[in-house]
Design a protein around this ligand. Sequence first.
Ligand SMILES: Nc1nc2c(ncn2[C@@H]2O[C@H](COP(=O)(O)OP(=O)(O)OP(=O)(O)O)[C@@H](O)[C@H]2O)c(=O)[nH]1
Ligand SMILES: [Mg+2]
Length: 342
Amino acid sequence: MTGEAPPPEAWAAMAADPSVAVVGLGGAGSEAVQDLVGLGIPGVRAVAINTDVKHLLRMGVEERILLGQRELRGRGSGGDRSVVLRAAEEGKEEILRRLGRFELVFLLAGLGGGTGSALLPFFARALRETEALAVPVVFLPFKVELEANSLRRENVEATVADLEEMGGLLLVLANEKLRRFESLPIHRVFQVRNAYLHSLVASLVDMIENPSQLNVDLASLKNHLREAGLSTLLSGEHHISEPERLVHQALSDTLLDFHLSEHPSALVHLDGGANLTLRTLDRVLHTMRQRLGEPERLVFGTRVRPEARDVVRLTAVVGGLKPRTVRDALRTPSPHGPLMAH
Ligand SMILES: Nc1nc2c(ncn2[C@@H]2O[C@H](COP(=O)(O)OP(=O)(O)OP(=O)(O)O)[C@@H](O)[C@H]2O)c(=O)[nH]1
Ligand SMILES: [Mg+2]
C-alpha cells in the first residue's frame, strides 16, 4: 500500500487532477492532438511523442517527448520501425511512469510512417502493465499513398495486425472515408476529421468522468470491454423528439470503419435534459437492438442534465467486431480517384 489515504481537504485537488490523456505518436498523431486541444476537452492532459524534433517544436501541446535522441538525433525515423522500437524500449520506463497514472489514455497515430506505426502498438501493449485503459486511434493513409510505396504498406499492415490481435477498443479512421469532403483544402479535411474525433473523445470522457443516474463508469467500461472483444466507439446528438434518428445518426453517419459480427454487444449511454424519459430510453434501446441484430449483451446508463434541454446525446461502445476491420477499410474502393486529381 502507498501510505495513508488523503484527507477530505485534499479530495477537491484529487478530483481536479486529469485522469485522461490524449497522446499523439509521430507527426499525424501529434497534429490531431493539437487540434483536439484547440477544440477543448476540459481536464484532459495532452502529450506529443515524436522522433522528429522540428515537428515536435511546432506542437503547442503541454507535454512533449523526443524519443531516440542518441540514435536518430531528432531527425525522424525515415520510415524505419525497427529503429523506433529500439528508441521506444529505451524510453519505455519513463513514458509508462508518465502515462500509467492516467485512467484512460487515447493513443493517436497516422499509420504508414515509422514513428507512429511502431509506437502505437508498442505503448498500447506496454500500458497493459498499468491501470490505464489504452484506446488506440489510427488514421489509415489514402490508398494512393500505399499503392506506390511498399514500405508504407508494410508499416500499415504490421501495425494493423498487431492491434487486431490485442483486441479491445480501437478507433479506425480511414482517410478514404474523407473523400466525401474532397472539395475542401486538404488541411481542412483533416480538421473536419479531428472535429469528429473530438466529439467521440469528449463524449467518452464525459460518460466516465461524470456521475449519472444510471451510472456507467470506467469500471463498467473495462468490464464490458473484457467480454466484448474488438470494439469501437460511436456517438451522436439529436432532438429528443426522434430517438430512432439519434441511433441512426450515431451508427451510420460515422467516419469510422468497423464491421459488426453476428454477435455484437453494446454499452450505451444517453445524456439529455429534464425531459429525458424512460419511454425515450426504451425507444433508443429498441432501435439499437434492431440495428445491431439483437446484441448478446446490452448495458446502458443515462444522465439528466437540465441544461441539455431538448438535445439527447448517445454514446455507444459497440463490441464483437470482425477482426478484419482495418484491412477491409484499406480495401475500400476509391470512388473518385486520387484526392489531388482535378
Ligand atoms: N500530416 C498528417 N498526416 C496524416 C494525417 N492524417 C493521416 N495522416 C497520414 O499519416 C501517415 C503517417 O505520417 P506521419 O505521421 O507523418 O508519420 P510518422 O509517424 O511521424 O513517422 P515518420 O515520420 O516516418 O517517422 C501519412 O501517410 C498520412 O497519410 C494528418 O492529419 N496529418
Ligand atoms: Mg514524422
